[in-house]
Ligand binder design. Sequence first.
Ligand code: C2E
Ligand code: MG
Ligand code: MG
Length: 248
Amino acid sequence: LRVALPHHELVLYYQLQVDSSGQFIGAEALLRWSHPQLGMVSPAQFIPVAEETGLILPIGHWVLETACAQLASWEAEPRLRHLSIAVNVSARQFREPGFVAQVHDALKRSGIRPEVLKLELTESLVLDNVEDSIRKMKELKKLGVKFSMDDFGTGYSSLAYLTRLPIDQLKIDQSFVRDITTDPNDAAIVHAIISMSRSLGMEVIAEGVETEAQRAFLELHGCLAYQGYLYAKPLPIADVERKLSGLQ
Ligand code: C2E
Ligand code: MG
Ligand code: MG
């Protein structure tokens, strides 16, 4: 993993996100490690190691810079400039004293409008040190970037803190979406998250949408943004751009 970055073995895949009319609204950047012997290694396998060793810092920095460069390239094309990119931020990266400056520099270097960059944080990350999180998120918010709460509903959701954080979007975890049409408990949770996002004035997106039945349930209950295999798997940028140009 130590040589993955200098050897250019890390790749960003992008998974498209769509609205209820099927239009592309953005993408989530998902890291892949293209290992010379092991093939494609899943982030679920190497992110924990990267966190432990601190390698997540240079890796996370590279992800941020790469995503911003991609946004700059889309911004140059009128039909793509509305697209956003969501970047996953790890706890260690977020806690680094220089994180806000790093985001600021990435925005300046790429010249993008800050609102097309979305930072995905998890509840456990935010709640681990709430006061530091609130302060940092407010500083980042001043730069103009957006926040999405990843895997929402799986952590210790503190509803009191939720209202104190400048969150733009709740991302419904795929574990709830999976059985939405068969498990009344999951359906109830999803329904509650959607209502809550509405009352708090936040957007909501569902991840792991695989079937039309799931999408229909979500739309019926007021969730109008989706990400999942139903639309696209995480893909290399060339495939994403083919999809964006309607060729595939
Ligand atoms: P996540 O941010 O919750 O990402 C969603 C995961 O769900 C992705 O797995 C994606 O491929 C998968 N997925 C998307 N649509 C579907 C679907 O319809 N069905 C199913 N069953 N799965 C779907 P992936 O790419 O393996 O990423 C796993 C986790 O690794 C991510 O979870 C995120 O926590 C972490 N990760 C990925 N890239 C980065 C990164 O650049 N930085 C950091 N810090 N973490 C990352
Ligand atoms: Mg994510
Ligand atoms: Mg997630």
